[in-house]
Design a binder for this molecule. Structure first.
Ligand code: NI
Length: 187
């Protein structure tokens, strides 16, 4: 299974709406498997299809050792608010506090096409909200205040040149010096 190139901020695909999945095919399942492998290699906890240049409405998540596949996910309940420091595999090294719902219930299909509901709080809840945003062309920086977003974009200006054509090649990265404090924040 190949590692997929991760698209970074600036690639228009990250701003596109995804397309509902209407059939579970071997090709879709292969995409899901490659997304898990890519997410693991990037030390992330969530990855959505647009981040690997794809239009399918699919995201993968792994929180507390529990993998979840979300096909056509929808938030059907939300409650409360919380603030969480988020990062994104498509905006490496950039972090910011985002206000999210404290608890969400998501309905989705799994890798086999079965519909299920999953409740999430804390990291799982934040991650599901972050990945579902990706599936509608939205990024965590969109939730920041104007000033914070300007700060973040200035930092990104110094980062972005490492990613020619907006592609991040995980197979060439060395993660030894990453800050482990951010291990749970690469969504
Ligand atoms: Ni993300």
């Amino acid at each position: 299974m190949p590692l997929l190139g991760i698209r970074v901020l600036g690639d228009p695909v990250l701003r596109e709406e995804t397309v509902l999945v209407d059939a579970i095919t071997p090709a879709l399942q292969a995409l899901i498997d490659d997304m898990f492998e890519t997410m693991h290699a990037a030390r992330g906890v969530g990855l959505a299809a647009p981040q690997v240049g794809r239009a399918e409405r699919v995201a993968v998540i792994e929180v507390d050792g529990q993998p979840h596949v979300l096909i056509n996910p929808e938030i059907i309940e939300r409650e409360g608010t919380l603030k969480w420091e988020e990062g994104c595999l498509s905006i490496p090294e950039i972090y910011g506090d985002v206000t999210r719902s404290k608890r969400v219930v998501v309905r989705a299909m799994n890798r086999d096409g079965h519909t299920f509901e999953i409740e999430g709080t804390e990291l799982l809840g934040v991650c599901m909200q972050h990945e579902i945003d990706h599936l509608h062309g939205k990024l965590f920086i969109d939730h920041l205040s104007f000033l914070k977003r300007q700060k973040v974009m200035a930092l990104w200006d110094a980062e972005k040149d490492q990613y020619p054509n907006f592609v991040r090649d995980i197979s060439k990265e060395v993660h030894d010096d990453d800050d482990p404090a951010h291990d749970d924040e690469r969504l």
